[in-house]
Design a protein around this ligand. Structure first.
Ligand SMILES: NC(=O)C1=CN([C@@H]2O[C@H](COP(=O)(O)OP(=O)(O)OC[C@H]3O[C@@H](n4cnc5c(N)ncnc54)[C@H](O)[C@@H]3O)[C@@H](O)[C@H]2O)C=CC1
Ligand SMILES: O=C([O-])CC(=O)C(=O)O
Length: 376
């Protein structure tokens, strides 16, 4: 690096006026810094000041594959941007506040992550969020179609089963739809399934029925004995709400077997993981920390795919022909162009086949509701 370039970078760092908000006088200096910054991908988070958005902003700032991080929200974006920008990692952070700055937030992005929208309160279903979140996702996707039509889009806003079809319809209308680049984030279901199965597996492996009893009662003894969830992989297919969340426990890796009672217990816990958090938070929102972790994990997989890493496989809710439905979550392989391979469901047992039928019935309605919202 040239010495004068280095001085520009250091002085930009030291200048407290350099809070990199769109429209602030610091923007010119920021551009210098971005030029001298690390190579990598440009990522935007829409809804960056929210419960998920703030933690996700921090995690993406820590990701070495990210060179530029745009934080957009309709409130509090400057504060979150100033805060995250002090982290001594490579990514240059810029903040964008409100609709007039949406286009600048999106222009040139490689990956756009969308956690914008209202969360559930106890007693609500994810579908109860449709009336508010459908419009938010529509507006944001119109911006994406206009300003970064080639970006990979990760949709987190609920109800995912409907918001992904909404995004697809917006992109179709704009003539920019590429099914390989639109991905609904269902990683939290997999993260939960890996955790719950890992805790359970040790009990099974060590054959301690008293521990099983403890665990089912919800006490913590068994948890400390658990295997590392990172060593467990549970495919979760279908969608992201209630019975549409279908863990394939017959395909757990490493191979494990479960009794009927165990399968019932694990399936219900995985399907109701979101509700478990909503009830525990008692009105203060839904999963944010585990979700930010899951979203960062999934975004990292998308970026590794874009970079050309091989064998990047995650579950995601995408445009699919695996079933007769136009959208369905399965394992997919991520590559330079987004979704490069969609894996079949594989052999299902009788319990899973019955679950699949229930899941498809509910999914069909949610997809139709999303499509109708744009076509109306
Ligand atoms: N896919 C998944 O697995 C999960 C999805 N979610 C969903 O993620 C969404 C966000 O959840 P939280 O972060 O907990 O909510 P939150 O209310 O804490 O944050 C949402 C953020 O979105 C912002 N926002 C609202 N309208 C916007 C717009 N038009 N443009 C940009 N930003 C806008 C708000 O200002 C707020 O900062 C909810 O819909 C929730 O149901 C939550 C957990 C898991
Ligand atoms: O349950 C909710 O409303 C949030 C969510 O999608 C999850 O935690 O899986």
């Amino acid at each position: 690096m040239e010495v004068n370039q280095r001085i520009v970078r250091i002085s930009a760092h030291l200048n407290p006026s350099n809070i990199q908000m769109e429209g602030s006088s610091g923007l010119k200096r920021v551009n210098c810094r971005a030029k001298g910054g690390v190579p990598g991908f440009k990522v935007a988070i829409l809804g960056a000041a929210g419960g998920i958005g703030q933690s996700l902003s921090m995690l993406m700032k820590m990701n070495p594959l990210v060179s530029v991080l745009h934080l957009y929200d309709v409130v509090n974006a400057p504060g979150v941007t100033a805060d995250v920008s002090h982290m001594d990692t490579g990514a240059v952070v810029r903040g964008f506040l409100g609709q007039p700055q949406l286009e600048n937030a999106l222009t040139g992005m490689d990956l756009v992550i969308v956690p914008a929208g209202v969360p559930r309160k106890p007693g609500m279903t994810r579908d109860d969020l449709f009336n508010i979140n459908a419009g938010i996702v529509k507006t944001l996707c119109e911006g994406i179609a206009k300003c970064c039509p080639n970006a990979i889009v990760n949709v987190i806003s609920n109800p995912v089963n409907s918001t992904v079809p909404i995004a697809a319809e917006v992109f179709k209308k704009a003539g920019t739809f590429d099914p390989k680049r639109l991905l609904g984030v269902t990683t939290l279901d997999v993260v939960r399934a890996n955790t719950f199965v890992a805790r359970f597996k040790i009990i099974y492996d060590y054959q301690k029925p008293e521990c099983l009893k403890t665990y089912v009662l919800g006490l913590s003894d068994a948890e400390v004995l658990g295997v590392d969830p990172r060593d467990v992989n549970v495919p979760v297919v279908g969608g992201h709400a209630g019975v549409t969340i279908l863990p394939l426990l017959s395909q757990v890796n490493p191979p494990s077997s479960f009794t009927k009672e165990e399968i019932n217990y694990l399936t219900n816990r995985i399907q109701n993981g979101g509700t478990e958090v909503v009830e525990a938070k008692a009105g203060a929102g839904s999963a944010t920390l585990s979700m930010a972790y899951a979203a960062a994990k999934f975004a990292d997989a998308c970026l590794r795919g874009l970079k050309g890493d091989v064998g990047v496989v995650e579950c995601s809710y995408i445009t699919s022909q695996v079933t007769e439905l136009p959208f369905f979550a399965t394992k997919v392989r991520l590559g330079r162009t987004g979704v490069e391979e969609i894996f079949a469901l594989g052999p299902l047992n009788e319990y899973e086949r019955a679950g699949l039928e229930k899941a498809k019935k509910e999914l069909a309605d949610s997809i139709q509701k999303g499509v109708a919202f744009i076509k109306k």
